[in-house]
Design a protein around this ligand. Structure first.
Ligand SMILES: NC(=O)c1ccc[n+]([C@@H]2O[C@H](COP(=O)([O-])OP(=O)(O)OC[C@H]3O[C@@H](n4cnc5c(N)ncnc54)[C@H](OP(=O)(O)O)[C@@H]3O)[C@@H](O)[C@H]2O)c1
Length: 387
């Protein structure tokens, strides 16, 4: 029996995780849930899975959540402390980290410090604080298992391989909704168009990141820290069908690929049952029906953020934290209609030009870099959209 604490239970990864749990009740038990603002959904989940503890983002929502729970005897918490309490919940042996954005960092670190097995979906925490998370995991004995389909793919390709024999690790990118949009029209793409991902149904922030390819930039940095692969040996290739999730090229030229249906329940379940494999809900891959698989080079002019992300990865220190923070601000500004699609990349690139890189020795320095980059991005956005 695996006892699970699920952070971000009301989101896309959260719902898929609960679906996996629901199908294998004898194997999993939910002991804690943490969510943001969707109180009705959280209360429903609590009634179904009967965890011991649940937490919401805002302290002022606690009373309403307790009301929604009716007579259920479940402890309620809130804020970053509440999410961290869920992450370090003593009964939990596995923590699914699926809060979106930098809000996931504190809880992820709490789970790692508590020595939990962490199924990591929240890529922003590994991007912002990779070395700190790795050091904390080495101290506590925590294992960090990838949930992201690409990293789950790399993880599976690397199994049993001598790392010294690996030449390159290649992540695939679907290219998002604007892969074939004429470049001149990119600037006028609407929020609705950007949210219409051709392959994956995901949360809003990660869907916009997929349209700009920042998602792949963040994933490169995540892979760098998860698998200890230096930047020069990490690559991205566009693969619109999203059937091959990752490739590992060996020294002898042999290339290993991991393939699978585009359904997050498969990599989530693998992280939950690792090293075991269990049957899953999605229909098996039908390669003959899939037909042709395409692979294309990334067009730098279409996806300038990938280059910005790569530069931040190479710079290291606080640069990746600043990159992720500036991007969160720019994506939020796009989603609220304050800037256009192309401006997301311009804002992030300008914020990174202004970032003064430092060597972070603790989470405080990461959060400081995050705050400064957000403030810088907000200034750049305000200059473009005078009120
Ligand atoms: N979706 C995918 O297929 C996918 C694939 C790979 C990696 N990821 C990564 O997984 C993470 C989650 O993605 P998602 O698509 O599931 O996002 P999502 O649908 O937007 O869900 C985000 C979750 O985080 C919660 N949350 C937000 N702010 C919070 C806070 N301050 N405190 C506590 N909880 C908070 C939300 O709660 P409320 O909804 O209640 O506000 C929700 O449960 C992201 O880092 C993303 O990059 C996602």
């Amino acid at each position: 029996m695996r006892r699970i604490s699920l952070l971000g239970s009301t989101g896309s990864i959260g719902l898929s995780t609960l679906d996996v749990v629901r199908r294998d009740r004898g194997r999993f038990r939910i002991v804690a849930l943490a969510a943001g603002a969707n109180l009705p959904r959280l209360a429903e989940q609590a009634a179904e899975f009967l965890p011991r503890f649940i937490s919401v983002a805002r302290p002022e929502d606690e009373a309403r959540l307790k009301f929604l729970l009716g007579g259920l005897r479940i402890a309620v918490g809130s804020g970053p402390e509440g999410a961290e309490r869920a992450a370090a919940w003593p009964e939990a042996d596995l923590v699914v980290s699926a809060i979106t954005g930098i809000a996931g960092l504190g809880p992820t670190m709490a789970a790692v410090r508590a020595g939990k097995t962490v199924a990591l979906a929240n890529k922003e925490s590994m991007v912002a604080a990779g070395p700190l998370l790795r050091r904390a995991a080495a101290r506590s004995g925590a294992a960090i298992l990838p949930v992201d389909s690409e990293h789950s793919g790399v993880f599976q390709c690397l199994a049993g391989q001598d790392p010294r024999l690996v030449r390159r690790v290649i992540l695939t990118a679907s290219g998002g909704p604007f892969l074939r949009t004429p470049l001149a029209r990119l600037g006028t793409r609407s929020v609705r168009q950007a949210l219409r991902h051709p392959r994956w149904r995901m949360g809003r922030k990660v869907t916009i990141d997929s349209a700009t390819l920042m998602n792949k930039g963040l994933e490169l940095i995540e892979a760098h820290w998860l698998f200890d692969v230096e930047p020069a040996r990490l690559d991205v290739i566009v693969h619109p069908q999203s059937i091959v999730h990752a490739l590992v090229e060996m020294r002898d030229g042999s290339m290993l690929a991991q393939m699978g249906p585009t359904d997050m329940r498969i990599p989530i379940q693998y992280a939950l049952t690792y090293p075991d494999r269990r049957p899953t809900a999605p229909a098996p891959l039908d390669l003959a029906a899939a037909g042709r698989l395409e692979f294309l080079a990334v067009e730098a002019a279409r996806f300038p953020l990938l280059g910005v992300a790569r530069a931040a990865m190479e710079a290291g220190g606080t640069a990746p934290a600043a990159l992720s923070a500036a991007n969160e601000e720019a994506v939020a500004a796009f989603l609220s209609g304050r800037i256009g699609f192309r401006e997301i990349a311009e804002v992030v690139a300008e914020a990174m030009r202004r970032h003064r890189r430092a060597e972070p020795h603790g989470l405080a320095a990461i959060f400081a870099a995050d705050r400064e980059a957000r403030a810088e991005a907000a200034r750049i956005i305000n200059q473009r959209t005078p009120s």
